[in-house]
Design a protein around this ligand. Structure first.
Ligand SMILES: *[C@@H]1O[C@H](CO)[C@@H](O)[C@H](O)[C@H]1NC(C)=O
Ligand SMILES: *[C@@H]1O[C@H](CO)[C@@H](O)[C@H](O)[C@H]1NC(C)=O
Ligand SMILES: *[C@@H]1O[C@H](CO)[C@@H](O)[C@H](O)[C@H]1NC(C)=O
Ligand SMILES: *[C@@H]1O[C@H](CO)[C@@H](O)[C@H](O)[C@H]1NC(C)=O
Length: 417
């Protein structure tokens, strides 16, 4: 006992002993083919967090489901007993799900789901709105008017034409065509019961993108849409130079390559990673047997200057375009239990490689140090979907919600000791 303790003290710096996050399992429950997760605080139950999970089968002619687990905090002490509530089984191949900001409709508790993929019978995707106002199962609304099949993976919300109504921005793709689009919020009638007119912004973006207001020299800002172009293997940014920030005049829209030649850019976040006060891009890149997690420093003028790249980790194993590639989506978060830390921690889904990784900055204070320590904190057989990170029970330690897609299991871990 004494010897063990001495060894520990000798080997591990004491600061690391009390500061490092350790994830431990709280168990798992069964969900068939869990893929994307979101933890959401609905207005009808303020302060209580619910889990939403999309699921899809790759067999043609099967149905797919979206499930919810309400009030997670009340269920953490017996995770294996958790049962799911069906939200909808009307959407084929549902991908990402999240909350529509309340200002879009002036009503709370509307969710969006993006759907569709290569699978026969499931390739006619859309952006859907699910109103939970009348409880679950919710009624699905198909908002997109595209005449031919497309796949959608993410949606975001922005008033694109300055009419005071907030529109939907999404990327759509099929095998050969890819485009950033916006869908116009109908000015008359119930927007939940109508088709939203489509507008093409630019070719290239296909799966994931983020919208962010970025500073430009002179003190003003531009709204930027940063896209990980998976199929065309480019990281790009799209913005408008319209003086009112509008997107309906194509001659004022600009599109620029930030980075290329690294593989299939997969998913991204916009976050200040090195705590220097400037935003960075956190980007996962698929590449056969050597996927990577990258950072790109957003320069003083994002429209013209070079973005400086940094590799945070590489060697992630998976084959792009077979299965889903590796690694998957990164999630940055500021651990509540490390209040003095200034750099976020990162959770990375390994996707195809079956792991979940935790990245911790080697030096939390030095903005010039981009080194990270990282390790697998969870290993599944087969594919892991997108992980959600949230302290749902208010004990100051985040919980992790991990969809083990190939095992039909949803695992919950916590950083609480
Ligand atoms: C799906 O089901 C329909 C109707 O039963 C059938 O005509 C079609 O061939 C099936 N498609 C596939 C890909 O199995
Ligand atoms: C967990 O829930 C199951 C099913 O309701 C029950 O059989 C079991 O006793 C519970 N375990 C604990 C530790 O409460
Ligand atoms: C993709 O969409 C374009 C535009 O509608 C269409 O011309 C093309 O045939 C589609 N490709 C596939 C493989 O479905
Ligand atoms: C993986 O790619 C990086 C460049 O991103 C390279 O430096 C590294 O040597 C590669 N590793 C392997 C095992 O191929």
């Amino acid at each position: 006992m004494m010897i063990n303790l001495l060894l520990l003290v000798a080997l591990v710096p004491s600061a690391a002993l009390c500061q490092d996050l350790e994830a431990r399992t709280l168990g798992f429950f069964t969900v068939e083919y869990p893929a994307f997760t979101s933890v959401i605080d609905l207005a009808d139950t303020p302060g209580l967090y619910d889990l939403f999970v999309t699921t899809f089968e790759t067999q043609p002619n099967t149905t797919d489901e979206v499930y919810a687990v309400r009030d997670l905090a009340a269920k953490l002490d017996n995770v294996s007993a958790i049962t799911t509530e069906l939200v909808t089984d009307e959407i084929l191949y549902p991908n990402e799900i999240n909350l529509v900001p309340e200002e879009v409709f002036g009503t709370p508790d509307v969710l969006w789901v993006a759907s569709g993929f290569f699978v026969p019978t499931k390739n006619d995707g859309a952006v859907h709105l699910l109103s939970l106002q009348y409880g679950v199962p919710a009624t699905t609304v198909f908002v997109t008017d595209d005449p031919v099949p497309w796949y959608f993976h993410r949606a975001d919300f922005l008033d694109m034409n300055g009419d005071g109504l907030i529109d939907i921005v999404s990327a759509r793709c099929n095998v050969t065509n890819h485009a950033l689009m916006w869908y116009e919020h109908p000015s008359e009638g119930d927007p939940h019961k109508q088709i939203w007119k489509s507008h093409h912004i630019v070719d290239g973006p296909d799966i994931f993108f983020r919208i962010h207001e970025l500073p430009v020299p002179g003190g003003s800002t531009r709204t930027a849409i940063i896209s990980t172009q998976y199929f065309t293997q480019l990281l790009t940014v799209t913005w408008t130079e319209d003086e009112n920030g509008l997107w309906n005049d194509p001659s004022k829209i600009y599109h620029r390559v930030i980075d290329k030649d690294r593989g299939n850019y997969f998913d991204l976040e916009v976050v200040d990673l090195n705590a220097d006060g400037n935003l960075d891009l956190l980007v996962s890149v698929n590449r056969q047997s050597n996927g990577s997690l990258m950072a790109f420093e957003i320069p003083a003028d994002f429209r013209v200057d070079e973005y400086k790249p940094h590799t945070l980790g590489d060697g992630f194993d998976g084959v792009p375009l077979q299965g889903s590639g590796s690694p998957g989506s990164p999630v940055s978060f500021y651990p509540k239990s490390k209040p003095s830390y200034v750099k976020p921690e990162i959770i990375l889904s390994g996707d195809d490689d079956g792991n979940v990784y935790l990245f911790t900055a080697e030096d939390d204070k030095d903005p010039s140090n981009w080194n990270y320590a990282y390790d697998s904190i969870f290993a599944a057989e087969g594919i892991v979907g997108t992980v959600s990170v949230k302290d749902v029970d208010g004990d100051n330690y985040e919980e992790l919600f991990i969809p083990a897609y190939s095992q039909d299991e949803l695992h919950i871990m916590t950083f609480a000791p």
